[in-house]
Design a protein around this ligand. Structure first.
Ligand code: BTN
Length: 328
């Protein structure tokens, strides 16, 4: 552990009492100036450390996102072991796709993305310090192509569980990969895979999850202001990003590993269905070929949306090329 984090640990273990610079220096066999420099670096990272002249330092509750803060909270065995944190990155999904040598379960987390990617190659707006952007890299043993999209549904359930556990409010899911609350999108999920050309074997799966945490409506660009929200704007709670990453890792691990995906499909698809906010309603289905109104009736065992068209025929929609508009 670096000196900076050794100092942080001493402050964390002080039980709310001031810790003198001299004591820290002696314990770590470094100079008081070195202590002071590391305290300044911790403050720069976002830790609220009060310095009382000739008495010492006191750590106040702080909301910092870092690998250290996430690891401190982790209760997983595989997911987020290891966790890699970047204050800024182009895209956590791109990083995972270009570093597939990393271990199964590795999580890449960022506070800011300069080239965040959304579904259908759209840009995913990932402003600094307002949200948390992460990708989970998986090396599946044997997985069917059809199950890749089911992992998106599993992830949506894990996100909804996590937000409920941390904020007390359970969000809704909009088929297929969006998490909503009060009709506003809080979170998007993008699952990508790398396939071996010759055999068709799926080598890697990258599950990317972007969550808006702290924005107010005014923080969103005018074109999305009416449809975007954050955990804060919808629940009034400023949940800690590190708590969120640790808790989401645990929930994901439960559904994906502990309950042996895809054997547990039926149980999490039921949870997925319970969280869907438009079942029974008329929706507009937009595909490359046609646009029509239909009643959303069910989710089948493969995660397809079952709709009944106006002429009474029933269709099973795969997420691929379909967008849904839900009349407000
Ligand atoms: C969507 O709503 O269309 C999906 C958005 C997925 C965004 C996440 S943020 C973390 C990961 N990195 C990316 O570049 N994209 C995903």
């Amino acid at each position: 552990m670096t000196t900076k984090y050794q100092i942080l640990k001493l402050l964390e273990e002080s039980d709310g009492k001031l810790v003198s610079g001299g004591d820290i220096a002696e314990k770590l066999s470094i100079s008081r100036t070195a202590v002071w420099k590391q305290i300044a670096a911790l403050q720069q990272d976002g830790y609220r450390i009060i310095s009382e002249p000739s008495k010492g330092y006191l750590l106040q509750p702080s909301n910092v996102l870092s690998a250290y803060e996430i690891e401190k909270r982790l209760t997983t065995h595989t997911v987020a072991r290891p966790v890699l944190y970047f204050p800024t990155i182009d895209s956590t999904n791109t990083y995972a796709k270009t570093h597939t040598e990393l271990e199964n379960g590795t999580v890449i987390v960022a506070s800011h993305q300069t080239a965040g990617v959304g579904r259908l190659s759209r840009k995913f707006h990932s402003p600094e310090g307002q949200g948390v952007y992460l990708s989970i890299l998986l090396h599946p043993d044997m997985i069917a192509m059809a199950d890749i999209s089911t992992i998106t549904l599993l992830t949506a359930v894990a996100v909804v569980d996590t937000i409920e556990q941390l904020s007390g409010v359970r969000p809704d899911i909009k088929w297929t990969n969006d998490v909503y609350l009060h009709g506003r999108k809080l979170c998007g999920i993008l699952t990508e895979a790398t396939v071996e050309g010759e055999s068709g074997v799926i080598r890697n799966i990258i599950v990317g999850i972007g969550l808006n945490l702290y924005q107010t409506y005014e923080d969103f660009a005018p074109e999305i202001r009416d449809i975007a929200g954050s955990v804060f704007s919808e629940t009034g709670k400023k949940i800690s990003a590190a708590d969120y990453v640790a808790c989401l890792s645990k929930n994901f691990e439960r559904y994906y590993l502990d309950e042996h995906f895809p054997a547990n499909k039926a149980s999490f698809l039921q949870k997925y269905k319970d969280a869907l906010f438009f079942l029974g309603q008329t929706v507009q289905v937009i595909s490359v070929r046609e646009t029509y109104m239909a009643v959303a009736e069910d989710i089948d065992e493969n995660g397809c949306l079952i709709v009944r068209k106006e002429d009474g025929t029933v269709a099973a929609l795969n997420s691929g090329e379909i967008s849904l508009k839900i009349p407000r």
